[in-house]
Design a protein around this ligand. Structure first.
Ligand code: IPE
Ligand code: IPE
Ligand code: MG
Length: 230
């Protein structure tokens, strides 16, 4: 079996999971955090090098202020609680997105956990926070324009642009998983997903576990990747 080097996940359906149980939406997010832990562990066990999870999009600021605030409280809590687990499992934490626009205390917790796990060598867990594919491309274009103004910009090709994305240090995802049955990208990794295999499951994110990850990888193994060739 081929294990994907990089798996990206659009973790969707937390709100529906909570609604089905008559619970507040935040309970769905809390349970979703448990799925992040389980799936990260599975990636370590299977030898997946990179796991990118879409945790908060630039569009998610449109949600009611109390849900947004609760999500950032949960994020800080998650980081504090998971840090010893990440260390034990040799997981390196990273983040992509406009991190500087997050609440200060979140930024501090994140920076601290990233620094503490920097030398870990198993899976790299990349949190996409205040992320969207379009803002990422805009930020990359701005960086290229700054290089041009400084007179240091040479040829522009796919590699030049990739090198300016938040994901410059990571390979493109091999497998994209979206939970809750929605058939859209919702502004996730628009550049990087060009040739990624897509797996959509009806399962809601809080119900997604290690067995579901293994099933997605098994299905991935039946795909024939052609990259436009024969
Ligand atoms: C995904 O679950 C988590 C975030 C976007 C933060 P949702 O909150 O989108 O759950 P649904 O789609 O409303 O069920
Ligand atoms: C995508 O889910 C964003 C995250 C999982 C963080 P959304 O629930 O925000 O996406 P839409 O609104 O259904 O497209
Ligand atoms: Mg959703």
């Amino acid at each position: 079996m081929t294990v994907p080097r990089h798996i990206a996940i659009i973790m969707d359906g937390n709100g529906r999971w909570a609604r089905e149980r008559g619970l507040p939406r935040i309970k769905g997010h809390e349970q979703g955090a448990e799925s992040v832990r389980a799936v990260t562990e599975a990636c370590v066990e299977l030898g997946v090098e990179f796991l990118t999870v879409y945790a908060f999009s630039t569009e998610n600021w449109k949600r009611p202020a109390d849900e947004v605030a609760a999500l950032f409280v949960l994020l800080e809590h998650f980081i504090a609680q998971e840090l010893p687990v990440l260390m034990k499992n040799n997981v390196r934490l990273a983040a992509i997105g406009r991190i500087h626009e997050l609440p200060e205390s979140c930024q501090r917790a994140l920076a601290d956990a990233i620094a503490q796990t920097a030398a870990n060598t198993a899976t790299t867990l990349i949190l996409a926070l205040n992320y969207s594919g379009r803002t990422e491309i805009i930020d990359a274009v701005r960086a290229l324009c700054a290089d041009a103004a400084a007179g240091t910009l040479g040829e522009i090709d796919a590699d030049t642009l990739s090198a300016r994305l938040y994901t410059a240090a990571y390979p493109d995802p091999d497998l994209l998983i979206r939970t809750s049955g929605e058939m859209r990208l919702s502004n996730f990794l628009l550049w990087q997903l060009s040739y990624t295999e897509i797996h959509v499951t009806e399962k809601l994110w809080p119900d997604f576990g290690k067995a579901d990850l293994r099933a997605a990888i098994a299905e991935f193994n039946k795909r024939q990747r052609r990259y436009g060739g024969l």
